[in-house]
Ligand binder design. Structure first.
Ligand code: FMN
Length: 196
């Protein structure tokens, strides 16, 4: 079976609400100077944790740096930048790229003999996608970053991720409509899906 990506929704068996949200989600790097209501972040996180995990290990961790709390993240970025030889001031600014920054961690449940570490990262990725789609459904935008700055021990410490590691930092805000989205290749199933 093949589904034409341009085919009208009425002719394919998908929920139109989900299709809209999945299509609308894009990585956004420029935001309006407008705060994100905390209750929306909380709601989106409640939806994120509906993701599946093998044996209910729930390996995902989210640490929210919202508004003035981003100063703590900025200090961690600055410290990490000094250690890895990046520009400390520029690194510091990255913590203020959006009104809310969420450090996403994965803490594998190593006590369970049937759960492999890869599965824990897989589950964390599922929760992250839930989070991104939930935010999109609320007219919020986001982008995941995973440079050495975001994945640093300093960020891990600031976010209180113990026994695991940071997988990325999600910046969240209202998109600045004046700034264009980055181009991306036309998404499609060609070459990545096989039917037998
Ligand atoms: C695991 C992961 C890590 C990513 N890390 C970065 C990053 O460090 N910097 C960045 O600009 N974008 C990062 N991205 C965003 C991708 O570049 C982006 O999703 C891709 O270009 C497709 O664009 P779209 O999200 O608008 O569909 C990351 C995405 C994922 C899934």
């Amino acid at each position: 079976m093949t589904i034409d990506i341009e085919e009208p929704i009425s002719r394919v068996d998908l929920s139109s609400a989900f299709e809209d949200i999945a299509r609308q989600r894009r990585s956004v790097y420029f935001y309006l100077d407008q705060d994100v209501p905390g209750h929306l972040l909380e709601r989106a996180l409640q939806l994120a944790v509906l993701a599946p995990s093998h044996h209910h290990t729930r390996p995902w961790r989210f640490t929210v740096f919202h508004g003035s709390a981003r100063a703590e993240l900025a200090a961690a970025y600055e410290k990490a930048a000094v250690r890895i030889g990046w520009h400390p001031g520029r690194a510091r600014c990255r913590a203020f790229d959006a009104p809310a920054m969420v450090v996403i961690g994965c803490v594998p449940d190593v006590s369970h003999p049937r759960v492999r570490p890869l599965e824990e990262e897989f589950a964390t990725a599922a929760a992250t996608q839930n989070l991104m789609l939930a935010l999109t459904s609320m007219q919020l935008s986001c982008a995941l970053s995973s440079s050495p700055l975001q994945l640093s021990d300093e960020v891990e410490q600031a976010a209180g991720i113990e026994g695991g590691r940071v997988v990325g930092v999600l910046q969240i805000g209202y998109r600045d409509p004046e700034r264009e989205l980055f181009k991306r290749p036309q998404p499609g199933t060609a070459g990545v899906v096989r039917w037998r």
